[in-house]
Design a protein around this ligand. Sequence first.
Ligand code: SAM
Length: 245
Amino acid sequence: MNDKTTHFGYETVAESEKAQRVAGVFDSVARKYDIMNDLMSFGMHRLWKKFTVEIAAVRPGERVLDVAGGTADLSRAFAQRVGPDGQVWLTDINHAMLSVGRDRLLDKGINLPTAQCDAEKLPFADNSFDLVSVAFGLRNMTHKDHALAEMRRVLRPGGRLLVLEFSKIWAPLAPAYDFYSFKLLPWMGQKVAHDADSYRYLAESIRMHPDQETLAEMMRNAGLGRVQYFKLAAGAVALHRGYKL
Ligand code: SAM
């Protein structure tokens, strides 16, 4: 096989295989995704997203792209801020996640343009958005550098990219966090979503994801400027922000 390899959690897989494996995870968890998010994070993912929305400081009339938007938590919050003259696109590579997201939005009376697309090949023109966000999605992408470059491409000059993602926890907490991630998470995944493997992948993919400083450097390498990050939950999560200068 003449294919480069990458990681899928702790497994080494062909690059061509990774997207399919990630799709398997999200196909499996889509229906239980929201309840599992609340359980696993003790509801804290809501605070991390609230913080992201604060830092995004979206203004009425802005155009926003939510990449890997899944069940649409950020899209919904942004939609409430851009007003009738703005626009928010909900996008994700996974049909099952997008369907849940769209249904949730429609239940709240919000109808947003939606696209099923790969963050590595965004179907939008250059300079189209004031803000691009990606929450807990970058970790799953095969070529994170391509995805970051694409997100920069579709931003207008002066626009900002926000990346909310799991990151490197403060070292003294690592043993407890490891116990929680590798023992309790898969157990909870089995009980609630009948799928321990997907939650084992979650724990492994977090460990394989670049730490705060490495991700900041990747964003600079993708052409973003004034890159800054905020550590949340003792570093277990980080919000990175960079601008297209
Ligand atoms: N943003 C939502 C949130 O914060 O709750 C969903 C996050 S969920 C953990 C990760 C999402 O990334 C999934 O919906 C998955 O389908 C999506 N994803 C994975 N790889 C992707 C890619 N290459 N392009 C776009 N979306 C991707």
